[in-house]
Design a binder for this molecule. Structure first.
Ligand SMILES: Cc1cc2nc3c(=O)[nH]c(=O)nc-3n(C[C@H](O)[C@H](O)[C@H](O)COP(=O)(O)O)c2cc1C
Length: 185
């Protein structure tokens, strides 16, 4: 797939085929994705890979409870309140695979750097028939001291991008976008 086709065909995928996504395939994608640019060449990232549906379901349950408790202070989540109250809703959509890009918050531009690497991961995955979806709903749970302790993630590392992954069972329609807003004098 050429670069243009890869960019233009990437979609968020929330349902995957049963084909097993091997750890080595994910690791190879990460190893290529880290060619992303970084401010001051800090490469301020670390990656958490979880490949377990049940573990992800358990994290989703805690994430939903945490959001519900704090909903009044989270206006951007308010409109999804019904989803968080739905026992069937899993923020990871039942996916078996999650890759989280954590950024070293001691590096000033860690968020920008980690977004660059995350987009590379999504595009490299798309090139291999692997779908991804960024899961912003998991940002709070992934930043809790308990979770970071469990996976040996230093406390100064902040979750920037949380991506479910899996082989696609169909080719999604290309995205439709607004005309780019162009500024000029
Ligand atoms: C920062 C960010 C957070 C997102 N969080 C979620 C999420 O929690 N759940 C979800 O289903 N999709 C999430 N998405 C995916 C968007 O809904 C999706 O990118 C958008 O609808 C455009 O669709 P497309 O990616 O298929 O082009 C997120 C995307 C981004 C970039």
């Amino acid at each position: 797939m050429d670069v243009l086709e890869c960019i233009k065909s990437r979609r968020s995928v929330r349902k995957f085929s049963d084909k097993k996504l091997e750890y080595d395939t994910i690791k190879n994608i990460i190893d290529a994705a880290v060619c992303a640019p970084t401010a001051q060449m800090r490469e301020p990232w670390g990656f958490l890979v979880i490949q377990d549906k049940e573990e992800l379901k358990a994290i989703s349950d805690v994430a939903k409870e945490g959001i519900k408790k704090e909903i009044d202070t989270l206006p951007h989540f308010k409109k999804y309140e019904d989803w968080f109250n739905d026992p069937e809703y899993n923020v990871f959509y039942g996916s078996e695979n999650l890759v989280v890009v954590y950024g070293d918050s001691d590096a000033h531009w860690y968020k920008e750097d980690c977004c660059c690497v995350a987009d590379n991961i999504m595009l490299l995955a798309n090139n291999e028939g692997i779908g991804t979806c960024w899961i912003g709903f998991s940002e709070i749970i992934l930043d809790t001291p308990e979770l970071k302790e469990k996976y040996n993630i230093p406390q100064n590392y902040k979750p920037v991008a949380s991506l479910i992954m899996g082989y696609m069972d169909r080719t999604p329609k290309p995205p439709r976008r607004k005309e780019a807003l162009m500024f000029s004098k």
